[in-house]
Design a protein around this ligand. Structure first.
Ligand code: MLT
Length: 389
């Protein structure tokens, strides 16, 4: 089996790296890496080398990676969905309580009184300023019912909350499987109009930018608390500041400090700690490294954000080719034509597509010539050809 060079753009937990195995060699030179492991490092302005075959994101969000550009170069981008969902869920529950009990203001008061010799007595006089409300019996709206949203909805129900769930990609039946004690909502306005707390768990994409905006905030209840442990771009934060100033929104809790919101008295910001637990870092690293290894060694794809999942198993034939190509008609015929032209029998062929992109795995009864491999790569619409065996 070939050896692969990989590099890391962030610290990746050793438990993951250990799973890459002996066929993987670390390099510090990103231009020679066939695999990149990344957490939050921004890759949009990075030069993408021709050597690069795959990127493994140890985490869920891929807004730091030029996913489309990678697809056009035949580079498969993986993420680790669900691997840090428990960590994020726990933080959501923590901030929910933090905001409902005015804990941050309370802690700030104590810190400001560190040299006050009468602090013990003053606490009893001052604490009424920080009295809050309980979350039990309150309505929580969960926008996005993926791995994190689903877990948040269950945890909130177990704390006695009345949970409303919304996700345009989930139907009533699926919503029941996710959490039968959640009220599934098919119009997001029901969340805005009814909920005391709203938490958002959708991916950051062009289509989800400003998902919560001035118009949606207008529909919300007076004194609502909005939690954002997903990404700052999902919220029109200028509109959020106006709503905070007017008291329409009681607290905006965000895991993404930025110059717009940081410092506002009713905005609680956390330094992107959603997935920062030992367990989540380990789980994400393991998932990303397993995905990278499976693809580089066998060509199988699981949890890619730009190519379809494909599982052709282990190659039992002489040769395996992985073709990453445009999802257009006639492609399979063209690929087969080049292979058969050389008198090679196709033992097994697997093809999958996702949106504009497709993968074809060809298991062949004999080795293909270098010339024909090149001919395959010249077919219009083929982004990359890999021979994994
Ligand atoms: C995620 O997208 O998985 C979380 O925000 C944590 C992270 O960025 O690593």
């Amino acid at each position: 089996m070939a050896t692969f060079k990989y590099t890391t753009l962030n610290n990746i937990a050793q438990d993951g790296i250990d799973r890459l195995g002996e066929n993987f060699v670390r390099t510090d030179d990103v231009s020679e890496a066939q695999g990149i492991l990344v957490r939050s490092a921004k890759m949009h302005n990075m030069e993408i080398s021709d050597q690069l075959l795959a990127v493994g994101r140890a985490g869920a969000g891929v807004n730091n990676i030029p996913v489309e550009k990678m697809a056009e170069k035949g580079i498969v981008v993986f993420n680790s969905p669900g691997a840090n969902s428990n960590a994020v869920k726990e933080l959501v529950i923590a901030v929910l309580i933090l905001a409902s009990r005015n804990i941050v203001d309370g802690i700030n008061w104590v810190q400001a009184n560190e040299n006050n010799p009468d602090i013990a007595a003053d606490v009893e006089k001052e604490k009424k300023k920080f009295a809050g409300t309980e979350i039990k019996g309150k309505k929580l709206g969960v926008i996005g019912l993926g791995a994190i949203g689903a877990k948040v909805s269950k945890a909130a129900v177990s704390l006695g909350m009345d949970v409303y769930g919304y996700d345009p990609f989930v139907d009533a039946k699926k919503a029941k499987d996710i959490n039968k004690k959640m009220t599934f909502i098919s119009s997001i306005d029901d969340i805005y109009e009814n909920c005391d707390y709203i938490t958002i768990h959708v991916p950051a994409m062009e289509s989800t930018k400003d998902y919560i905006n001035e118009e949606s905030i207008q529909k919300m209840k007076e004194g609502v608390v909005v939690l954002n442990m997903a990404r700052d771009v999902l919220i029109d934060e200028e509109a959020m500041l106006v709503a905070l100033d007017e008291g329409k929104v009681r607290y905006y809790v965000s895991d993404f400090p930025n110059p717009t919101v940081t410092g506002h008295k009713n905005c609680i910001t956390i330094p992107h700690l959603g997935a920062s637990t030992e367990e989540a870092e380990k789980n994400c690293a393991i998932m990303a490294c397993d995905e990278l290894r499976e693809y580089l060694e066998y060509g199988n794809i699981k949890n890619s954000v730009n190519y379809p999942n494909i599982d052709a198993g282990v190659c039992a034939s002489e040769c395996r080719l992985i073709v990453l190509h445009k999802n257009i008609p006639g492609m399979i015929k063209k690929l087969a034509h080049v292979v058969e032209d050389e008198g090679i029998n196709v033992a097994e062929m697997t093809n999958r597509s996702k949106g504009n992109y497709a993968v074809t795995v060809l298991d062949l009864d004999s080795q293909i010539s270098g010339q024909n491999e090149e001919n395959l790569s010249k077919i219009d619409g083929v982004f990359k050809i890999r021979k994994v065996k």
